[in-house]
Design a protein around this ligand. Structure first.
Ligand code: NCD
Length: 306
């Protein structure tokens, strides 16, 4: 059974096809409005979410399907001690496809190993978030026309930021990519990603704590929230949370066609005044996420029927 746990589960060609489908959905939404008639998506979210869960649900409704939803761990049998494996087996009896978010790294992988229907990882702890990456990729494609020859700055919590981990992994397939890692020393990109992704694919990268010094070279600036829920103590969070605040002044030296991205939710990382700058792309990401999730649900359900 085909699931999506890691962005590397999709080939470059499959990502291109998903983008093509998403663009077709944008152009011809009526063509897709009955495609999932009679099908059910279960959204199992054991961690807070606004965009990811609602965009999955909106995606399924726009495909003519239905949705079953668990929107917090405390409202499901997980609170009674049920295992992820048993939950996956149970939900397989009711639904055709699962989107799961879980605080434990690897939980969607365990779910996929036990479910009889496709499982989509909607974020597992500080590990991966492949469908945010699909949203990010469609945004980059629509803003930049492609994926090659881009210098991408990732700024903020690169240690716990799962969207960063998945997007770096996806971008490392393309040519002419340069990565600039901007973070406090305590929140640097984990070394396993540097080794297994950046070094392995020969992607040039640099690390700095200073956003302003690298601003002029960036084609994309991917801002992130400091992931409070992954910290062991509140003191460290409070010390690090406002390390980077992007404001209008800081954008003065940026390229005129810079693309400012953020998976959201934003706390303080981007001042609201930046929202009206044409370079702000983060609300476009939100919408693109729904189209890519529609394309993904279609693909996985079609493959499950084969
Ligand atoms: C992200 C996540 O959950 O990892 N949010 C999202 O899905 N768009 C980013 C975050 O929570 O900071």
């Amino acid at each position: 059974m085909r699931s999506l746990i890691d962005i590397r589960d999709l080939s470059t060609q499959e990502i291109d096809e998903l983008i093509k489908t998403a663009c077709d959905i944008i152009e011809n939404p009526e063509k897709y409005s009955e495609k999932c008639r009679g099908k059910k998506l279960a959204t199992l979210f054991f961690e807070p979410s606004t965009r990811t869960r609602l965009s999955f649900e909106a995606a399924m409704y726009e495909l003519g399907g239905n949705v079953l939803s668990v929107s917090s761990g405390s409202s499901s049998s997980a609170a009674k001690g049920e295992s992820v494996a048993d939950t996956a087996k149970t939900v397989s009896c009711y639904a055709d496809i699962i989107a799961m978010r879980h605080p434990k790294e690897g939980a969607p992988f365990v779910a996929a190993a036990n479910a009889t229907i496709p499982v989509i990882n909607a974020g597992d702890g500080g590990h991966n978030h492949p469908t945010q990456t699909l949203a990010d990729l469609l945004t980059i494609y629509r803003e930049k026309g492609g994926f090659n020859n881009l210098t991408i700055g990732f700024c903020g919590d690169l240690k716990f930021g799962r969207t960063v981990h998945s997007l770096i992994s996806a971008m490392s397939r393309y040519t002419g990519i340069k990565i600039v890692l901007i973070s406090p020393l305590e929140l640097k990109l984990p070394s396993y990603i540097k080794k297994d992704v950046l070094k392995k694919n020969g992607i040039p990268y640099s690390q700095t704590t200073d956003l302003l010094s690298v601003m002029p070279e960036l084609d994309i600036l991917y801002m992130t929230r400091v992931q409070r829920e992954r910290f062991f103590n509140e003191e460290d969070y409070l010390r690090l949370k406002d390390s980077y605040i992007l404001d209008v002044k800081k954008l003065e030296t940026a390229k005129p066609d810079l693309c400012v991205m953020h998976p959201l939710p934003r706390v303080n990382e981007i001042s609201v005044a930046v929202d009206s700058d044409p370079r702000a792309c983060y609300f476009k990401q939100v919408l693109n996420g729904k189209y890519m999730r529609m394309a993904l649900i279609l693909k996985l359900l079609e493959e499950a029927e084969k």
